[in-house]
Design a protein around this ligand. Structure first.
Ligand code: SF4
Length: 230
């Protein structure tokens, strides 16, 4: 185990992050408070994983992982939309990406010139994605060498919030990013977040991810940890 792995493994950082994300998400009643929750979880992740990133192959201009399906929660889609929808060409890119062949690699509509135009607002799945081999990332099956703790941390924070939002009756079903963005692309920046927060189901079944083995396992872990959140 390298020093960075040891740093995360030795601390109950994931439980702390899930608990804090749950606590802040449960109390967030307005759009501004939801955005504050998002900032809180990003800061927690950045602080906890800072020592890992220099050891990865990830860096500016490398965007292999922005061509694979990204699973997001509804609240993350509304935050991404808010951050990106006024950028030039946004709606056209989103619609083109949503209708692209789902079998092959498809560029995320927020990827422009190999950079994420919504980097500060990118979802947990993207924040946790990492690899120690860019060569492997270029292969069809992607990289098998990465820091699992970094991925798990991002899942922990979104998992804690998913429980909180779900308890409040808000839609938390996982979505495919490029299809979900297309469903709200025509709306003004704040509208999807406000409507989601009011309890509306904004996304159709066509945008939902099937509950695969990975999601089921994550939900199982979350339910086991639930008693540790409150
Ligand atoms: S949201 Fe940004 S980081 Fe995530 S896949 Fe899209 S371009 Fe890449």
């Amino acid at each position: 185990m390298n020093p960075a792995e040891a740093t995360l493994a030795e601390q109950p950082v994931m439980q702390r992050a899930a608990r804090e994300s749950y606590r802040v998400a449960r109390a967030a009643a307005t759009g501004e408070e939801i955005l504050a929750w998002a900032e809180t979880v990003v800061e927690m992740e950045q602080e906890a994983t800072a020592s890992h990133w220099p050891l990865t192959a990830c860096g500016p201009g490398c965007a292999h992982c922005c061509h694979i399906p990204v699973e997001v929660s509804p609240v993350e889609v509304t935050i991404l939309h808010r951050a990106s929808c006024l950028l030039p060409g946004y709606e056209e890119r989103v619609r083109a990406s949503a209708s692209a062949d789902a079998e092959g690699r498809v560029a995320c509509p927020l990827l422009v010139a190999n950079r994420c135009v919504a980097y500060a607002a990118r979802p947990a799945a993207c924040r946790g994605e990492n690899s120690t081999s860019a060569e492997e990332c270029a292969q069809p099956r992607g990289s098998h060498h990465y820091y699992g703790e970094v991925r798990m941390l991002s899942r922990s924070v979104i998992g804690g919030a998913t429980i909180a939002f779900g308890e409040r009756g808000l839609d938390v079903r996982p979505l495919l990013l490029r299809r979900a963005l297309a469903e709200v692309a025509h709306l003004p920046p704040d509208e999807p977040l406000e409507r989601w927060l009011a309890g509306e189901v904004l996304f159709s079944p066509a945008s939902r991810m099937p509950y695969g083995r990975r999601v089921k396992s994550m939900l199982l872990q979350i339910s086991r940890r639930k008693t540790q959140l409150t």
